[in-house]
Design a protein around this ligand. Structure first.
Ligand code: NAP
Length: 421
């Protein structure tokens, strides 16, 4: 019996977690005689602040539990946008201190759970635990309303680098002494001129960071029998970061997987464009091009490996194409630890309303079950979500786009999924 730690999350987190847990437990019970998950609550964000106080939004106990049990699942956590000194963890409102002190109450919702601004709990978790691959499968579920004619043609899994690029988090505010120092250095030592009123951000992309991500993507393609891995980059402009990502990706594919892959160039030079059997095609696309490719020729793409920022945009765009973020699952995976999570945020205006779609977190649970090798329970949940949506018994987000659908609460939708198993 695996012990799996969970973080409920802020905002809508508790609503969608309750349903997710019930659905996963029901699927396991229906699929196996003896298997069971032992859930263990751990805390981050608002729940940590309530339990531990003292600005402990990411307690050591939480990190230690994830390190010990290796697999964990979480709901969304509040992330301040920036520029303010404090953030309310109940409604995500940002505000400045009063006379240099922490406000006693949130100016928007009156909550007392206000904490000094922080960068991002999600980013911290990924960096501290070295969860370097953010994995997001995107496919259409029958019945889900969406903006394209053939949504079933999109079936991709995005491997987005999680620790470098903009997630390195190296940024200096305009007019800070650090920003000024870098601007001076660039001028004096590199003969590069940057406007003196600039904020500065640094975008590192390394050989080791790139290769371990691309390796994970190719391994996945081999295990799951996928036809191609596409490296998405902006190498035409950023040659030594994004362009290098492409070059190092090809280098890794050729040196470690030579017998199993061919590159697109080899496909045309040696095989006249006809794909040989039992090979995985390694290709690359420039990021802006990729956004139209995924809309116009979605079935030509399967596994995608990309640096952080491209992956962020691309996974949301793909999710929108098949009906939105409410149904997009995700996982952050390193060499030892896997943390599964909903891809949307805390949607604070819906907190405690039992209203939103829990599918993103439930489907992250499905990814977790597959990671454990519990495929029967995973299949059961996926089929049942599809049946529930096809029957037009859905939450508000889908109901408002469907004709003659029945609007269900989060908990009612979860009960229907269990009923339809
Ligand atoms: P958001 O929480 O994702 O919500 C934006 C909108 O998306 C919602 O107002 C709602 O649309 C829709 N939505 C989100 N989740 C939904 C669900 N389960 N079912 C149905 N609709 C859903 O984005 P945000 O308002 O920009 O961010 C709020 C907070 O979450 C911020 O602090 C942000 O930093 C944080 N965040 C956390 C994570 C994470 O923990 N992984 C990820 C992203 C953002 P309608 O208004 O149209 O109904």
């Amino acid at each position: 019996m695996p012990i799996i730690p969970f973080i409920e999350g802020d905002g809508i987190g508790p609503d969608i977690w309750k349903v997710t847990r019930a659905v996963i437990d029901a699927a396991i019970k229906k699929s196996y005689e003896k298997r069971k998950i032992v859930w263990m609550q751990i805390h981050a964000g608002l729940s940590a602040l309530k339990k531990y106080g003292n600005d402990e939004i990411l307690p050591k106990d939480t990190l230690n539990a994830i390190r010990e049990f290796k697999i964990a699942i979480k709901g969304p956590l509040t992330t301040p946008v920036g520029g303010f000194e404090y953030v309310c963890l109940e409604c995500a409102a940002e505000q400045n201190g009063i006379n240099g002190k922490r406000p006693a109450k949130c100016a928007k919702c009156g909550s007392k759970y206000i904490t000094p601004s922080f960068r991002s709990l999600n980013v911290s978790l990924r960096k501290i635990l070295d969860l370097y691959a953010c994995i997001r499968p995107v496919r259409w579920f029958k019945g889900v309303p969406c903006p394209v004619k053939n949504p079933e043609k999109l079936d991709v899994i995005i491997f987005r680098e999680n620790t470098e690029d903009v997630y390195a988090g190296i940024e200096f505010r305009e007019s800070s002494k650090e920003a000024k120092k870098i601007i001076d250095f660039l001028k004096k030592e590199m003969n590069k001129s940057v406007r003196s009123d600039s904020g500065i951000g640094i975008k590192p992309i390394s050989i080791s960071g790139t290769k371990r991500l691309v390796r994970k993507a190719i391994d996945y393609a081999i295990e799951q029998n996928k036809p191609s891995v596409t490296l998405v980059h902006k190498g035409n402009i950023m040659k030594f970061t994004e362009g290098a990502f492409r070059d190092w990706g090809y280098e890794l594919a050729k040196s470690e997987y030579r017998e199993k892959i061919i590159t697109e160039q080899e496909l045309w030079q040696k095989f006249d464009g006809k794909m040989p059997k039992n090979k995985i095609l390694i290709k690359d696309r420039i990021a802006d091009q990729m956004f139209q490719q995924i809309l116009l020729r979605p079935d030509e793409y399967s596994v995608i490996a990309t640096p952080n920022l491209n992956g962020d945009y691309l996974s949301d765009a793909c999710a929108a194409q098949v009906g939105g973020l409410g149904l997009a699952p995700g996982a952050n995976i390193g060499d030892e630890i896997a943390l599964f999570e909903a891809t949307h945020g805390t949607a604070p205006k819906y907190t405690g309303m039992d209203k939103v779609n829990p599918s993103s977190l439930i489907l992250s649970g499905v990814m977790m079950l597959r990671f454990l090798g519990w495929n029967e329970a995973a299949d059961l949940i996926e089929k049942s979500i599809e049946t529930t949506i096809s029957n037009k018994t859905v939450t508000y987000d889908l109901e408002r786009q469907m004709e003659n659908a029945t609007r269900l609460r989060t908990s009612e939708f979860g009960n229907k999924i269990i009923e339809n198993m």
